[in-house]
Design a protein around this ligand. Structure first.
Ligand code: HEC
Ligand code: HEC
Length: 273
């Protein structure tokens, strides 16, 4: 998708009003699996997001806090809530806000697998095994950085998905049932392909398949950006998508079909496969 294709920001602001507590649904996990720990998150992880990272006055732009760029107003992944302010100028998130942040942040980690979690890889320098680039800059020079270690402790304590549980996602299902969705016009009058034409490649399901790989997490529909980004926030979707809201809730039949696909099903009742 080209950057020029972006719609004006703020189209969905109205839908953001009145957002309260989003249910975290853990699909496809055994009941005894160790989930990401909310209390640990709130106490040890979340403060990292508003910690100031230097003096960002000119001439030294320094490194601002994560939350300066990662809010729902800005168009970045990891949409954090706006901070509340005390009389003395100190800042905090209410517990309800923290739960919303937790839901957004959780989607950027692979439980049990810190090294492959985007939340850990993005701010880590490439020399230390981090991702190649991050618009916000690199904050950790090595995996020994105390912040990195804290994050690794949090993510590492959660149970990884057992190999048997990470299903193989079917290309045939994708080709027959999922790919065509990108070209169907939504209630808003737009098809996904209007904006994601190159990515979702109409003429070539194989190319499209290649491009959606990074947007899905096999066995985890609610951690799959392809399924959560265009979801209405009431259904647990991301706060901002500069495109359309295609599904109002996870009960939507089409969404259920996609969840089945991500969970490794091989037949789609909706498209007669
Ligand atoms: C100056 C603005 C800015 C700051 C500060 C910033 N980021 Fe970002 N971040 C961005 C932008 C823009 C993107 C999306 C483009 C990109 O990936 O570079 C992004 C992307 C990300 C992603 C997602 C990458 C992906 O794979 O999709 C993560 C995770 C992230 N940032 C974490 C952080 C954390 C943690 C901090 C604080 C330690 C932080 N960022 C500070 C601007 C910022
Ligand atoms: C009107 C244009 C438009 C339409 C229509 C649209 N999108 Fe988007 N989409 C965007 C823009 C712009 C972004 C990047 C900024 C953002 O995340 O909102 C984006 C981001 C995304 C992302 C996140 C990509 C990432 O790297 O994290 C996914 C997934 C996505 N769209 C899926 C869809 C699906 C599925 C549809 C159809 C149901 C759709 N989009 C319809 C404009 C659109």
């Amino acid at each position: 998708m080209s950057r020029q294709d972006r719609m004006p920001r703020g189209v969905f602001r109205a839908a953001l009003l009145g957002l309260t507590g989003i249910a975290l649904v853990a699909f496809g996990r055994p009941a005894d699996a160790q989930a990401l720990d909310f209390n640990f998150y709130r106490e040890n992880i979340e403060p990292m997001f508003y910690r100031s990272r230097g003096n960002f006055q000119p001439p030294d732009p320094g490194n601002p806090a994560c939350v300066m760029c990662h809010t729902w107003q800005a168009n970045t992944p990891m949409m954090l809530q706006s901070l509340e302010e005390n009389d003395d100028g100190s800042v905090y998130w209410t517990e309800a806000q923290s739960r919303q942040n937790f839901a957004a942040v959780s989607r950027l980690v692979m439980p049990g697998d810190p090294e492959n979690s985007r939340l850990l890889r993005t701010p880590l320098s490439p020399q230390a095994g981090g991702s190649a680039a991050h618009t916000g800059g690199k904050f950790w020079d090595s995996r020994n950085d105390p912040e990195y270690r804290m994050l690794a402790e949090w993510v590492g304590a959660a149970a990884p998905m057992a190999a048997a549980q990470a299903p193989e996602v079917s290309f045939e299902f994708f080709q027959a049932c999922v790919h065509p969705i990108f070209y169907q016009v939504t209630p808003g009058g737009l098809a996904c392909a209007n904006c994601h034409g190159a990515e979702f490649a109409q003429a070539d399901a194989q190319v499209s398949w290649g491009n959606v790989q990074r947007l899905i997490e096999p066995g985890r529909p609610t951690q799959s950006r392809l399924l959560m980004h265009p979801m209405h926030p009431d259904g647990g979707g991301d706060y901002v998508h500069n495109g359309v809201r295609r599904w109002r809730s996870q009960n939507d039949a089409e969404w259920q079909m996609l969840a089945g696909w991500v969970n490794g099903e091989r037949t789609g009742t909706m498209c007669g496969l």
